[in-house]
Design a protein around this ligand. Structure first.
Ligand SMILES: NC(=O)C1=CN([C@@H]2O[C@H](COP(=O)(O)OP(=O)(O)OC[C@H]3O[C@@H](n4cnc5c(N)ncnc54)[C@H](OP(=O)(O)O)[C@@H]3O)[C@@H](O)[C@H]2O)C=CC1
Ligand SMILES: CC(C)(CO)C(=O)C(=O)O
Length: 323
C-alpha cells in the first residue's frame, strides 16, 4: 500500500531512506533547513545519488524549507543530527497533526524525549540503522554498500505494534532496508548506542575506516572494554539489551570487517567537515546514565573528552585555513 512520508533532515540518511522509499512506490517529500542543500537540490531538479562512489545519477525529489511546507504525510522520518533536532522540531511544529506518526533511526540518545514533546506515545516509532551513507556535499549523496546491504531494527515507543507499524515495516522491507520489528524499545535503541560508542568514536579519533580499526590485533580488546562498561550502565538502568555482551563484540567485528570495511562512520564525517559530533549523545550519554547510578563509565568519559578536544583542534585548523 502506498504511504505518504516527509523526511525531516535531508542529509545523508534522510536522502537514503526517502529516496529508497520513493523508489518502492511511496510518496515522499523532503524537508531541510540547510540552505545550500535545498537550493542545490532545487537547481539540479533532485539529488545526485551514487552507490559506492559510482553510477552517479539524478533522482528527482521535492524539497522544502520547514517554514514553507504544507503537506499532510502519514509519517515523518527524522534524520537530523541529535544537536539539530530541537530547533528543527520547533521550525516544523506548525504542520504536525495528531494523527501523524514520527519515525526515526538517528544514532545516539536524546531524540526520543524531544520527539515525545510533539508526538503521542502511540505515534512514536524509533529504531537503528546499520546502513552506511555519506553526504559528499549539498544535494550529493553516496549510498555505501550494494543494494540491499545493511539492516535495521525498530520498535514502538509503547512496545505494542499497531497496523500502521506493520505497514511501515512492509514498505521498509520493499525498500530493502531489512527491518526487524522488536518489542524492546530501549534495548533496541541502546544496542546501537553501544555499537556506535565503539566504532564511531575510535574510527573518528584515529581517522580510520571501520575495516582498518577491525584489522588491528587489539580491536576486540578495545571493543570489549567499552562494551563491558556500556552494559554495566544499561544493567544498572534496567535496560535489557537485545544482544549479549559477546554478541555485541562479535557484531562489531563482523560488521566492521565484512559488511562496511571501507566506511568512515558519520562521526568521522562530522569531524572531517569541521562540524560538532554527536559524542555527547553516544559515549557521553552512557557516562551520564552511569553517573545517575553512581557508576563511573571512565573509558567512555575519557573518549568523550578526547573527541571534544579533537573538535577544538579542528576549529583551530579551520580558523588557520580561513585566515
Ligand atoms: N551517515 C550514516 O552512515 C549514518 C548516520 N546515522 C545517524 O543518522 C542521523 C543523521 O545523520 P546523517 O544523515 O549522516 O547527517 P548529515 O550530516 O548528512 O545530515 C543531517 C543534517 O545536517 C545538516 N548538514 C549536513 N551537512 C551540513 C553542512 N556541511 N553544513 C551545514 N549543515 C549540514 C543538514 O541540514 P540542517 O542543518 O537543516 O539540519 C542535514 O539535514 C544522525 O543521528 C546519524 O548519527 C545512522 C546510521 C548511519
Ligand atoms: C554506519 C554506521 C553503523 C557505522 O557505525 C553508523 O551508524 C554511522 O556511520 O554513524
Amino acid at each position: 500500500m502506498m504511504m505518504k512520508f516527509a523526511v525531516i533532515g535531508s542529509g545523508a540518511m534522510g536522502l537514503r531512506y526517502g529516496i529508497l522509499l520513493q523508489d518502492a512506490g511511496n510518496q515522499v517529500d523532503f524537508i531541510d533547513g540547510w540552505e545550500d542543500n535545498v537550493e542545490k537540490i532545487r537547481e539540479q531538479g533532485g539529488a545526485m545519488v551514487s552507490r559506492d562512489h559510482e553510477n552517479t545519477h539524478l533522482v528527482p525529489i521535492n524539497i522544502y524549507y520547514p517554514e514553507e511546507y504544507q503537506g499532510d504525510p502519514d509519517c515523518y522520518i527524522f534524520f537530523t543530527k541529535q544537536m539539530q533536532l530541537a530547533d528543527m522540531l520547533d521550525r516544523c511544529s506548525h504542520f504536525f497533526k495528531p494523527n501523524q506518526y514520527a519515525f526515526t533511526c538517528m544514532n545516539g540518545m536524546g531524540h526520543i524525549e524531544k520527539l515525545a514533546q510533539y508526538f503521542k506515545p502511540d505515534k512514536l516509532i524509533a529504531g537503528t540503522a546499520l546502513v552506511a551513507t555519506v553526504l559528499n556535499g549539498p544535494g550529493d549523496v553516496d549510498f555505501i554498500g550494494k543494494r540491499g546491504a545493511g539492516s535495521m531494527n525498530l520498535a514502538n515507543y509503547t512496545e505494542k505494534p499497531d497496523e500502521f507499524t506493520h505497514q511501515l515495516v512492509d514498505e521498509l522491507e520493499k525498500a530493502q532496508f531489512h527491518p526487524t520489528l522488536t518489542t524492546n524499545f530501549m534495548g533496541t535503541l541502546l544496542a546501537k548506542v553501544v555499537f556506535n560508542s565503539v566504532v564511531n568514536t575510535i574510527c573518528t579519533m584515529f581517522e580510520m575506516t571501520m575495516g582498518e580499526y577491525a584489522a588491528y590485533d587489539g580491536a576486540e580488546d578495545m571493543a570489549r572494554q567499552l562494551i563491558d562498561e556500556a552494559y554495566d550502565v544499561c544493567e544498572r538502568d534496567g535496560v535489557k539489551l537485545i544482544n549479549t555482551r559477546q554478541d555485541e563484540v562479535a557484531s562489531i567485528m563482523h560488521v566492521s570487517k565484512g559488511a562496511m570495511p571501507l566506511h568512515y562512520p558519520s562521526m568521522y564525517q562530522d569531524m572531517h567537515n569541521y562540524r560538532p559530533t554527536e559524542v555527547d549523545f553516544i559515549n557521553g550519554y552512557l557516562v551520564k546514565i552511569g553517573r545517575q547510578h553512581h557508576y563511573n563509565a571512565s573509558t567512555h568519559a575519557f573518549l568523550t573528552h578526547e573527541v571534544h578536544l579533537a573538535e577544538l583542534g579542528k576549529q583551530r585548523e579551520l580558523k588557520q585555513k580561513q585566515a
